[in-house]
Design a protein around this ligand. Structure first.
Ligand code: UT7
Length: 352
């Protein structure tokens, strides 16, 4: 029986730190408000027009590959999770393959669009490919450059203060060791509230799901339309929107449920978890989940205080930091869990 083991892990966060006080220069907010509601003290922003989502993914991947002790040519599949890709298409997977210099092997590259759950979804996909014997070494990356798409005016403050840039990567490898590696993964979604945490423009929707809202589409005789209109640019309709309280309330019910689902599948209880690495959405959400599951502080890893919410990158960055700090040890039971836009959510249990 094959299973998949994380044999290398890496992370990259940009150099430039933006504190809550720095944000007050652009919008009406305060360090006190942000810390009290989210726990965030600072976040990193990539160097605009120099770094991209794929270049950050590359930096994290190089470390993961080196730590895995394999050659980049040994990678036989790439999975790249992001909501902030370099291009509308193609996805970051092929850009990463090109930057790694492994185009000659012509391996497949898959892009995942599951926002905050992207890494857990990617892990599950990779795990199935490895278990089936199809691939031996899969590079799984989560990377985000939110700073290029946020609204830094007061109007955007409810979303903008939460998010930061960064990347994390793992190499998953096939192993025949018993009860090691990824033990189980659980994926869920409910599209009922798809627009409650979303960036709907640019897109092909033409207003379809959005009632009578006017997006300023030009009247033309030809069959073609446009993704972006002048109105979207003028009226700042090209930024993410979020109904924060709905997201919060749903997250605190789905996180414990999906974690318990993973534990029950393997016959474990929450006290068996050595380390829970939750998606870093909001420190208050993590604390709520910790309380509900009756976990001690040392059983939960949080770093949102320093990086904000880095969406698809948040779990691999946190897992990597925890591993670097010696908090993820051989044979530990590690639980990953995520919830976010879609809504999509999921969990994984790993015997390290
Ligand atoms: O990965 C999943 C991603 N998202 C999440 O997990 C987010 C989940 N939701 C949340 O974390 C919280 O809902 C937020 C932190 C986003 C917001 O906290 P809240 O307690 O739900 O605040 P609110 O949206 O109800 O806003 C309360 C007040 C409003 O003012 P009024 O109407 O009471 O006068 C907002 O305009 O706070 C105001 N506000 C701000 N004030 C200062 C909203 N954003 C800010 C801000 N600075 N950045």
């Amino acid at each position: 029986m094959l299973s998949s083991k994380i044999v290398g892990i890496g992370r990259y966060v940009p150099e430039d730190i933006f504190t809550n006080d720095d944000l007050t220069k652009y919008m009406d907010t305060s360090d006190e408000w942000i810390q009290e509601r989210t726990g965030i003290k600072e976040r990193r922003y990539a160097k605009k027009h120099e770094e991209t989502t794929s270049t950050m993914g590359l930096a994290a991947s190089k470390i993961a590959i080196e730590r895995a002790g394999i050659n980049k040519e040994d990678i036989d599949f790439i999975i790249f999770a992001t909501l902030s890709p370099d291009y509308y298409f193609p996805g970051c997977g092929v850009l990463l393959q090109r930057q790694l210099g492994i185009t000659k092997t012509e391996i497949g590259a898959l892009d995942i669009r599951n926002q905050c759950s992207g890494f857990v979804y990617g892990l599950s996909v990779a795990d199935q490919f490895i278990k089936s014997g199809m691939y031996k070494n899969i590079l799984l990356v989560g990377s985000e450059m939110h700073s290029m798409g946020l609204d830094f005016s007061t109007e955007g403050r409810g979303v903008t203060v939460l998010f930061g840039d960064g990347a994390g990567a793992v190499v998953l490898q096939a192993t025949e060791e018993k009860d090691k590696g990824v033990l189980t993964t659980h994926l869920h979604s409910d599209g009922t509230h798809a627009e409650e945490l979303a960036m709907i423009n640019p897109g092909s929707h033409g207003g379809y799901f959005l009632g009578k809202e006017d997006f300023g589409y030009p009247e033309t005789d030809d069959p073609g339309g446009v993704f972006v209109t002048q109105k979207m640019i003028d009226e700042e309709m090209l930024a993410p929107n979020m109904t924060g309280q709905l997201v919060f309330k749903t997250a605190v019910t789905k996180f414990p449920k999906v974690i318990n689902e993973a534990l029950a599948t393997c016959g474990y209880k929450s006290e068996d978890i050595d380390l829970l690495v939750p998606h870093q959405a909001n420190l208050r959400i993590s604390q709520f989940v910790q309380k509900l599951l009756k976990l001690r502080d040392d059983q939960v890893y949080n770093n949102i205080q320093r990086y904000g919410n880095t969406t698809a990158a948040s779990i691999p960055i946190a897992l990597c930091e925890a591993w670097e700090e010696g908090k993820v040890k051989e044979n530990d039971l590690i639980c990953l869990a995520a919830f976010g836009s879609g809504f999509t959510w999921g969990s994984a249990l790993i015997r390290w």
